[in-house]
Design a protein around this ligand. Structure first.
Ligand SMILES: Cc1cc2nc3c(=O)[nH]c(=O)nc-3n(C[C@H](O)[C@H](O)[C@H](O)COP(=O)(O)OP(=O)(O)OC[C@H]3O[C@@H](n4cnc5c(N)ncnc54)[C@H](O)[C@@H]3O)c2cc1C
Length: 406
């Protein structure tokens, strides 16, 4: 019987361990935390957006880094397969806006429990693996400090370096580079952004706005949705997604702007302002925007429009009004840096995909060494795609490791 060590009891590790066990291997799962699946428990704000109810091609379109590497693994274990996997284990699922799939119970723990049950026939040990042992180009076991455990194969599912309190401290990246693998330096993705101004707007949340990001005159991202201002800058769904697409450094080389009235083009917005100005014609400009904009934004918009807040509305010129329209349609934000990687939802970077077989997840450098999940240099947008990456790669590695002849 093949003996397999799975390092890491997160989404990828639990899937890999359960799969290998189901295929007849003797599996030992090493998880350094006292509990399995700590990161899964906090996903989707405790509700776990477990996958996306989409086709394989749509899935690949949402993978930001190395989508082609994911092609085989997601064809073999697709979003539909992940949904079947949980539903057949008595976790009913529901599909929400954007095809995001959640447990009907809205409890991420139901996903943790189902995966825990799947892997429960494995030997589970709460020890920290400190080294992977290789002899003659092939894995022969793992070390926990100076204690050696022999294995025929090892699957590294240690995650990235984001949210390290959940256990993801980058151990797998060190193992991989010690064994000669190229590791693309970890970088924060799906992360809030620090800006050089707007601090006074902390707590203000905007719905139905369009966030646009550009660099060197080219639009990198433009999407309608929600965002919020924080004490350091900006966050929320639009901002997290934008951050994953802002791959060039420095972050300050990007320009960001918010269209506060995306449903109205310049002309329609101008008409709307004319009608508001008619209503408030004898008031000061500073008191004429309350019907159009969130109160807290008004002083900033007034400043940028360069119209005195004390000017009587009836005296505002067409040119001034058009300046106001331009500010509302493109409220500028100056990004300075990403928040630290600890606060990132995802780690971009990891073990280079060039050195991993995309069908089996086996290392091309070391025999019987496999990788799965966020430790690999693949990352996706929000929507359940990152857990799908963990499940598809975990499945592929678990199957291949248990089918291999030793
Ligand atoms: C706040 C937050 C919300 C998220 N929400 C979603 C969401 O709703 N949908 C989605 O698709 N994705 C979401 N993600 C991303 C998703 O959680 C990750 O992509 C996914 O969990 C990665 O799984 P993994 O198994 O590769 O790594 P992890 O889940 O990080 O698991 C790695 C495990 O390895 C263990 N480990 C590490 N080193 C060792 C060692 N040396 N020895 C033993 N054990 C070790 C760790 O303790 C850990 O349990 C979210 C992430 C965060 C931080």
């Amino acid at each position: 019987m093949k003996s397999i060590a799975v390092i890491g009891g997160g989404a990828a590790g639990l899937m890999a361990a359960g799969t290998a066990k189901e295929n007849g291997s003797a599996v030992t799962l090493f998880e350094k935390n006292a509990k399995l699946g700590r990161k899964i428990a906090i996903t989707g704000k405790g509700r776990c957006n477990v996958t996306n109810n989409c086709s394989e091609n749509e899935f690949l379109a949402n993978v930001v880094t190395n989508p082609r590497f994911m092609y085989s693994a997601v064809s073999a274990f697709s979003p539909a397969d992940v949904m079947d996997f949980f539903e057949s284990r008595k976790v009913p699922l529901k599909t929400e806006r954007g095809n995001r799939v959640f447990p009907v119970s809205d409890r991420a723990y139901d996903i943790v429990d189902a995966l825990g049950a799947y892997a429960s026939k494995c030997k589970i040990t709460h020890e920290v693996v400190t080294k992977i042992s290789v002899s003659d180009g092939s894995v022969n076991g793992v070390y926990v400090k100076d204690k050696f455990y022999p294995f025929d194969a090892v699957i590294v599912c240690t995650g990235g370096v984001s949210y390290p309190l959940t256990g993801s401290t980058g151990d797998g990246l060190s193992f991989a580079s010690e064994l000669g693998h190229t590791v693309i330096p970890p970088r924060a993705a799906l992360v809030p952004i620090e800006t050089d101004d707007r601090y006074e707007l902390a707590g203000l949340s905007l719905k139905n706005v369009t966030l646009t990001v550009s660099r060197d005159g080219k639009t990198v991202y433009s999407e309608l949705g929600e965002m919020l201002f924080t004490h350091f800058g900006i966050s929320g769904p639009l901002v997290l997604t934008a951050s994953s697409l802002m791959k060039q450094s420095p972050v300050s080389s990007y320009k960001m702007s918010i269209d506060l009235k995306p449903a109205l083009d310049h002309q329609s917005l101008d008409k709307r302002i004319i009608s508001d100005f008619d209503k408030y014609k004898n008031k000061n400009f500073g008191n004429a925007l309350g019907d159009l904009l969130p109160i807290r934004l008004i002083p900033l918009i007034i400043g940028m429009s360069k119209i005195s807040e004390y000017k009587k509305v009836y005296a505002i010129t067409k040119e001034e009004r058009q300046r106001l329209v331009s500010v509302i349609k493109a409220f500028p934000i100056s990004p300075v840096s990403f928040r630290p990687i600890d606060e990132a939802i995802i780690t971009s970077g990891g073990v280079s995909v060039k050195e991993i077989n995309p069908k089996t997840m086996e290392s091309k450098l070391v025999k019987n060494l496999y990788f799965a999940g966020e430790v690999i240099d693949v990352d996706a947008l929000t929507g359940g795609f990152n857990l799908q990456i963990a499940f598809s790669t975990g499945r592929a590695a678990g199957l291949a490791a248990s089918e291999q002849d030793y």
